[in-house]
Write a protein that binds this ligand. Structure first.
Ligand code: CAA
Length: 258
């Protein structure tokens, strides 16, 4: 049996690929567990500077596994929801930036998985949506909260309450996807963004990510205080000495991540 999630390195970038194309990378319990393990491996690898998450075949992920869910009790469904939440929370909490390279269907749990990434690049052929109400369900892996934070509550409500899917150009227009690519250029585009990130000061990148993440859940005064503290903190790093010194000396910086 092949791994449900392939975990490769492209230089300093971790490339995770959901690999269950015959079921459109449906998120079964086994798939979510495989994803969590891959994320834990990435979290423990100090050489990784960015992560790209994508899917093999026609889908990024066509949602939680409907066949598996069809036999669940309410208690099993709650545990399944928790499994998805834990996996996506670990993805969101990675100290390195994460890019969802949405190659095709990103529906239900698949859209929620993309939302747990820092930003989304999409194939011009991608489809997004939260179709759960059509199954008599609601989003269960973070869609009711993360979607509204990403695109605003009005669009989130329209998507969740109608269950209608949207094409890539609409996803771009509402700010769900940052950029669109021709299908064959998507992975290259996402890896290039990862490479751009990898060349910056690693501590600064991860501190900026954390401050933005925590700041968005805090009131604005707390968010400003978090930023001030973190701004001071990065001045204690060698990378800050190197980055500002290289600018003054008119040379390229060589960051060490310290
Ligand atoms: N779960 C399990 N299997 C799935 C699946 C899913 N979410 N999505 C697709 N598949 C399987 C299909 O059953 C089919 O398997 P078989 O070949 O064995 O029959 C295979 O993937 C290919 O799918 P289709 O034949 O349906 O392909 P299509 O091109 O005709 O349609 C599609 C593509 C529109 C994405 C359609 O597959 C579809 O609507 N999928 C379900 C989308 C959905 O409702 N997602 C939300 C799930 S609920 C959820 O995610 C809850 C949550 O938040 C936790």
């Amino acid at each position: 049996m092949t791994d449900l999630v392939r975990n490769e390195r492209r230089g300093a970038i971790a490339l995770l690929t959901l690999d269950r194309p015959k079921a459109l990378n449906a998120l079964s319990s086994a798939m979510l567990e495989a994803l969590s393990s891959a994320i834990a491996e990435v979290a423990g690898d100090p050489s990784v500077r960015a992560l790209v998450l994508t899917g093999e075949g026609r889908a990024f992920a066509a949602g939680a596994d409907i066949e598996e869910m069809s036999a669940m009790t309410a208690l099993q469904a709650e545990a399944f929801s928790r499994l998805g939440h834990d996996s996506f929370a670990a993805l969101e909490a990675l100290s390195v930036p994460t890019i969802a390279a949405v190659n095709g269907f990103a529906l239900g749990g698949g859209c929620e998985m993309a939302l747990a990434c820092d930003f989304i690049y999409a194939s011009a052929k991608a489809t997004f949506g939260q179709p759960e109400v059509g199954l008599g369900l609601i989003p269960g892996f973070g869609g009711t909260s993360r979607l509204a934070r990403r695109v605003g509550v009005a669009w989130a409500k329209e998507l969740v309450l109608t269950g209608s899917n949207i094409k890539a150009d609409e996803a771009l227009r509402i700010g769900l996807a940052n950029r669109l690519f021709e299908p064959e250029a998507l992975l290259e585009g996402a890896l290039a963004a990862g490479q751009t990130i990898a060349e910056k000061g690693p501590v600064a990148v991860s501190v900026a990510k954390r401050v933005m993440q925590e700041g968005q859940d805090a009131d604005v005064r707390t968010a400003h205080a978090l930023e001030q503290n973190a701004f001071g903190l990065v001045f204690a790093t060698d990378d800050r000495v190197e980055g500002t010194g290289a600018f003054v000396a008119k040379r390229d910086p060589e960051f060490k991540g310290q």
